[in-house]
Design a protein around this ligand. Structure first.
Ligand code: NOJ
Length: 709
């Protein structure tokens, strides 16, 4: 059916299917085009993004189906990154939950809501490994680790796509940004990437490869160059690896005008050459650039692009529309009834609260100041994010309405703990140098038994085009914290931010720190649940917190140097800051304690086809029930290329009642030990290994084993 349709199409109609334009109801990039509706009517655009709502999408779909010669339905896409209307925690926060089922569920709900409002396609998940917290887009991914990032990618793809793309509540996912966008130099967005092929394959590509194996429907290219070629023109990435090595069968969309931007990169002289380079490399659909629209017909007529190449891209896109069921009924995702009944339901808000509290990481808790006791205390809630709703939903909050957020102040007030008196003062703005509100905040704090400081970034200080050269608390928030600290009251800091921040002073001086990222609509109740002990925090950092910006890039799975840190002068270190992070990857406290003991291996030798069973006793040695994320790391001691000091290979999130002990087991197989070798083949190498197990990437028990052939 698709082939006969392609046979009927004119060249212009074919190019139309390869063209994606934005509507004018949301703006997510630098350029707008007038006349996209006329283009739909003329059959010159086959996909639209930034349009949603049953009424509006029906209007657009009607133009395509009823007014064009062939009536091919439109594909409607949108950045449904962490929720559509019900806004969930930002992806970096969700990753901190290490709860794959909860992440799958949040994507599932996002797909349900988006599809009820006419959408077929989300530009998520972003699966770029990101090791530079200056880069604002670290907020959109799962952090610094390849293994965790891969597991999160799989959970989210499953959530969006389900098992059946033709179901009306599933949508196409998009693995982005392909590839290595997270390695932008100096953390500056859209900047150059120049890394080795080994690092590309070992660190950045595995989530993408796994996404292909999980049948992700689409890929998006990245803005950066790599190996001197912009990703949107990279035959190496798009043809050699994606199609030939991995056998990807879906379609590839460019990022927003990234084909055009190849001219600015200086790899082609003009837009026409850019179009030729992109389609030849393997970009099927042009997002917003109108390069294919303007130049592809001529490129084909002049023999510069084979029509078979165009046909193949058209086929991939029509197949996606077919799999969605759009040829059966182009309006099947546009459903006013579902829009009313299935969007922002109580159930969805409950799920948002659930994953929000799971995403909170307790960074410090001196003298067990948290959770707050039940009896009536006077609590001073102070800070620019204390009664904020707007920032809570974070960047890329799709069609989410920030006015529906529950602020921290409201969360505390609504918690049912009426025995407490809650005082509030703003103290300062997020990014301000005026101290005009300090006095009022100090006076408020003076009246309180305990102070909660809600500090952090504005939502749009992370996300796209939001890199920062310092990652301190913005404005004079730290000065405010210092003034309040002088009062000597027990102080809890609630951080809201889209990236790791440098917070050494807070770490040294306040009693307790909760990292809450941007938790979405239900942030207030979720944080209140943790503050009052209705939920025992269980989040673990998916990304390292450096002590200062000069340590960046700082990540746990670094390589050894020839001169590891020692007393000797001539070793790898800084004169002015330790090598260690402030908080390591995988770190997060609980209101209870977990004790690890009895690490046992079923054998000290792993034979090729075999596995080693590893077990450990995990005891909840404190007084409260809670979850622990048990993390397993491996180090390959000698490789034909050097290996990281340790790499996460498995984890389990375990729930234990107070006092309970459980044996936790893992199996190590040869495939867990594989890596890209000197000749770029992928295999494990016989030799000695260390296995580590524990509750973060630093405090670990260890054992040795060997892989024998
Ligand atoms: C540019 C961003 O890089 C990409 O992630 C997003 O999906 C598109 N704009 C569309 O908004």
């Amino acid at each position: 059916m698709i082939d006969s349709l392609i046979n009927e199409m004119t060249l212009e109609e074919k190019v139309g299917q390869l063209t994606l334009f934005t509507s004018d109801i949301d703006i997510t990039g630098p350029s707008m085009r007038e006349g996209y509706k006329e283009d739909i009517q003329a059959g010159r655009v086959g996909a639209i993004f930034n349009a949603y709502g049953a009424a509006f999408t029906r209007q657009l779909q009607q133009l395509a189906v009823e007014e064009t010669r062939l009536g091919i339905p439109l594909l409607l896409g949108y950045d449904v990154i962490h929720g559509f209307k019900t806004i969930f925690p930002i992806p970096l926060a969700e990753a901190a939950s290490w709860d794959l089922a909860a992440m799958e569920k949040s994507a599932r709900i996002a797909a349900t809501e988006a599809s009820a409002e006419g959408l077929h396609w989300t530009y998520a998940p972003m699966i770029d490994v990101a090791r530079d917290p200056r880069w604002g887009r670290i907020a959109e991914g799962a952090g610094e680790d390849t293994y965790l990032g891969t597991q999160v990618a799989l959970a989210r793809i499953k959530g969006f796509q389900g098992d059946d793309l033709s179901a009306v509540n599933t949508i196409l996912a998009c693995a982005k940004h392909y590839a290595a966008y997270g390695a932008s130099q100096a953390g500056r967005d859209y900047n150059t990437v120049d890394i080795s092929e080994l690092e590309l394959r070992d660190t950045y590509l595995p989530p993408f490869k796994a996404a292909v194996n999980a049948s992700v429907a689409t890929f998006m290219t990245s803005f950066n160059e790599i190996f001197g070629v912009p990703a949107s023109g990279s035959e190496f990435l798009l043809s050699d690896i994606l199609r030939d090595e991995w056998n990807f069968e879906g379609f590839v969309v460019s990022d927003y005008t990234s084909i055009n931007e190849m001219v600015a990169h200086g790899v082609v002289a003009d837009l026409k050459d850019a179009g030729q380079m992109a389609i030849t490399a393997g970009v099927d659909m042009d997002m917003q650039g109108a390069v294919y629209y303007e130049y592809l017909p001529d490129l084909v007529k002049e023999g510069k692009v084979d029509v078979a190449t165009v046909n193949q891209s058209v086929r991939r896109i029509l197949e996606a529309k077919y799999r969605l069921g759009l040829f059966d009924n182009p309006y099947r995702y546009i459903d006013q009834q579902r829009e009313q009944n299935e969007v922002m339901t109580n159930e969805h808000l409950e799920a948002a609260r659930d994953i929000a509290r799971k995403s909170i990481v307790l960074l410090k808790n001196e003298n067990d100041i948290l959770p707050l006791k039940n009896e009536g205390q006077t609590i001073a809630l102070i800070g620019p994010l204390a009664d904020d709703k707007k920032e809570l939903i974070g960047s890329w909050s799709a069609a989410g309405d920030w006015e529906k957020s529950v602020s921290l102040l409201e969360g505390l007030q609504q918690s049912g703990r009426n025995q407490h008196e809650i005082l509030y003062a703003k103290g300062t703005n997020i990014n301000d140098d005026s101290t005009q509100y300090f006095q009022e905040a100090i006076k408020t704090a003076e009246r309180a038994d305990v102070v909660i400081l809600a500090l952090g970034e504005a939502a749009l200080m992370s996300g796209e085009a939001a890199s920062r050269s310092t990652i301190d608390l913005p404005g004079n928030q730290l000065d405010l914290a210092k003034e309040i600290h002088k009062l000597g009251k027990p102080t809890i800091v609630v951080l809201m931010n889209g990236r790791p921040l440098t917070i050494s002073w807070l770490d040294e001086n306040v009693d307790s720190i909760l990292e809450t990222w941007f938790l979405g609509h239900q942030a207030g109740p979720a944080i209140a649940d943790v503050i009052f002990g209705d939920y025992n925090p269980s989040g673990k950092l998916p990304v390292t917190f450096p002590r200062n910006v000069g340590q960046i890039p700082l990540y746990y799975n670094q390589k050894m140097t020839g001169r590891p840190l020692a007393e000797n002068k001539y070793t790898s270190k800084y004169l002015d800051v330790p090598n260690t992070p402030l908080y390591p990857f995988g770190y997060g406290l609980s209101y209870t304690d977990f004790t690890y003991s009895d690490l046992r291996l079923s054998s000290k030798v792993l034979l090729q086809q075999d596995s080693i069973k590893l077990s450990i006793k995990l005891q909840n040695s404190g007084n409260l029930a809670g979850h622990e994320v048990v993390q397993l790391y491996i180090r390959d001691l000698v490789g034909n290329v050097t290996r990281p000091v340790k790499e996460l290979k498995a984890f389990k999130k375990i729930y234990l009642e107070a006092g309970q002990t459980q044996e936790v087991t893992f199996y190590i197989k040869q495939e867990d030990l594989a890596f890209y070798q000197r000749d770029l083949s992928y295999d494990a190498e016989a030799g000695q290994f260390k296995v580590f197990i524990g509750g973060n990437s630093i405090d670990l028990l260890e054992e040795n084993f060997a892989l024998n052939y």
